[in-house]
Design a protein around this ligand. Sequence first.
Ligand code: CP3
Length: 320
Amino acid sequence: MRQAGRYLPEYRELKAKSSFLEMVRTPELALEVTMQPLRRFPGIDAAILFSDILVIPEALGQNYAFRDTGGIAMAYRLETRAQVDSLAGADAVAEKLAYVPAALRLIRKELGDTKAVLGFGGSPWTLATYMIEGGSSDDFERIKLLFYTDRALFDALMEKLTAALITYFKLQIEAGADAIQIFDSWGGIIAGPDYEAASLRWIKRIITALPADFPIILYAKGTAPHLTDQAFTGARVISIDWTADLAIARRNLPANVAVQGNLDPVLMQTTPEIVARETRRLLESMRGLNGHIFNLGHGITPQAKLECMASLVDTVTHWQ
Ligand code: CP3
């Protein structure tokens, strides 16, 4: 999950000098931002590459930027068959995103084997929401309308994204990632019976195309009814948002998948005492259960307090 960002003064300092996209595209700066949370909180046991899921649409020819009011603005909205056809193919990924494996290699070198290094990318469905909606969306009407009215065009876009992501994840694996997290952040906005066709089948295709023993962590927000289906994608870890009871989810999932999660990130805006209390409550609920990677239930917010993060890391690392 996101652990770097604006809640860190050292991140804000760097961002005053370089834009977000400059930091993403410059391996030395991406290394620096990746390392910031680990330096401040040495108990964190994994580094997640500093990048963004939207580098994939960008590599295919649809650029993105940040709206002044918050959220994502794509350079244009993907609307027609001609636009989908004119997106670049998977071969553009290696050329345009060479800075990603370069950053991963620097991170690997810096950390050696002391911490796990995570690569990541968006799911085809979640990337398609940004591409079809033209950015962040409140209602996701356009992507749903496309899914229901022109399945052939929807599938054509998903084929392109799936192929691009397979290439992209292979590059990350070669560059030394220990695991890859797939973010299906908008998996929860499609009707339950359509989740498989809209999102999960494409994720399955990606996982099937990667080396069989390589660990994939699958995170999908708002998909509590689908956790069991997710466990049969081939993912090794199911990362769960804060709305599910983690211990119940753990008990209901097959023993050969681990769970990751799932403290509500809003707690990071409270007090160290409240964070310690809620963290212990979650850990206590998992006592005696195997296969739990502690994590927030979604990315950290800019309003998170440093003392709350310190309390979280301290509580987890001293738990017995
Ligand atoms: O800790 C890390 O360094 C992880 C790197 C990471 C980022 N984005 C950096 C980032 C990861 C894993 C992501 C994933 C990502 N990006 C997702 C999937 C996970 C999720 O949160 O659901 C999504 C949907 C995006 C797209 C995106 N990028 C959004 C919606 C935003 C927020 C826009 C806003 O209005 O703030 C971003 C920006 C972003 N990506 C930030 C970071 C650190 C914040 C940038 C900043 O505030 O300077």
